[in-house]
Design a protein around this ligand. Structure first.
Ligand code: AMP
Ligand code: MG
Length: 272
């Protein structure tokens, strides 16, 4: 992938997203050279591990990575591959499922705010507060008058996090309809994948158009200068991982982190 290619997947704030203008098969700069892509990913994994240790050591920034995408887009696979080298002590994965009765009795950001990263920490959201304007909208779980107000609440919430020292990066893993068909069929054909299958995957697949429209609104209304969305071509898993990995490494590099110096009172200390 040539320099600048990650930018290419950025949703520029204020632009209207039409998903059929974004190719889920894209492998720009890497056509036919999957092996080279894999090698770059290995190098990025090493760098990510170094940067994550620095994040932990410096204890100044917090990093929130949001992963969204339709069923089988690869949220779990991305987490497994991109973060395989990092120290589990500094990284936490939070998977958001159907809210509990207690969670439903609060505002939709209540359970989310409780899980955001502390200083020095990196948190990966496998699904997120965006479900509250995605599945909730498509399945009509709350009235339209309620979910339409949530985009602004989300933007303000993320603004608060950023103002207080959190870096927020959001990825939409964009899988094509044919590729999703292949992946869901595999879940029904491979005994080691049965566990991933849910009846709701098929029901949601039938609502493809409604989910696409809901995602287009999310990407259009909530890609902000402080918390931008990246649309990651995800039909090729190796390329998806590469785009995510490269973006995260660049973001962490951009924080210009430093290991904390030895406090003055220890400068003359000797270990006897
Ligand atoms: P999975 O990611 O396969 O474990 O599935 C989690 C399920 O929880 C998905 O069907 C999501 O749509 C659903 N889910 C996540 N967040 C919410 C939410 N806020 N309201 C309703 N359903 C949700
Ligand atoms: Mg699932």
């Amino acid at each position: 992938m040539r320099e600048g290619n990650v930018k290419h997947y950025l949703v520029r704030p204020g632009t209207r997203v039409r998903l059929d203008h974004w190719d889920p098969n894209d492998t720009s700069g890497f056509e036919g050279v999957k092996d080279e892509g894999r090698k770059e990913l290995d190098r990025l994994s090493v760098r990510l591990a170094e940067l994550q240790e620095l994040l932990y050591a410096e204890h100044r920034h917090a990093v929130l990575v949001v992963l969204q995408g339709l069923d089988s887009a690869g949220k779990d696979g991305t987490i497994r591959r991109v973060f395989e080298g990092v120290n589990p002590q500094g990284v936490r994965v939070v998977s958001f499922r159907e809210p509990s009765a207690l969670e439903r009795d609060h505002d939709f950001l209540w359970r989310v705010h409780a899980q955001v990263p502390a200083k020095g920490e990196m948190v990966l959201f496998n699904r997120s507060h965006y479900e509250d304007v995605l599945v909730v909208r498509v399945h009509r779980l709350v009235p339209q008058s309620v979910w339409t107000r949530r985009y602004q609440a989300i933007n303000e919430f993320e603004r608060l996090l950023v103002n207080e020292g959190t870096t927020v990066v959001k990825f939409f893993l964009h899988v094509g309809r044919g590729e999703q068909r292949r992946r869901l069929s595999e879940r029904l054909a491979d005994p080691t994948k049965y566990w991933k299958f849910r009846g709701s995957d098929l029901a949601d697949r039938r609502r493809w158009g409604a989910f696409a429209a809901a995602y287009e609104d999310v990407l259009t209304k909530t890609s902000t200068p402080w918390a931008p969305w990246y649309i990651v071509p995800s039909n090729h898993k190796w390329f998806r991982d590469l785009v995510v990995s490269r973006r995260i490494v660049r973001t962490l590099d951009g924080l210009r982190m430093r290991y904390p110096p030895l406090p003055a009172r220890y400068r003359s200390a000797r270990v006897s």
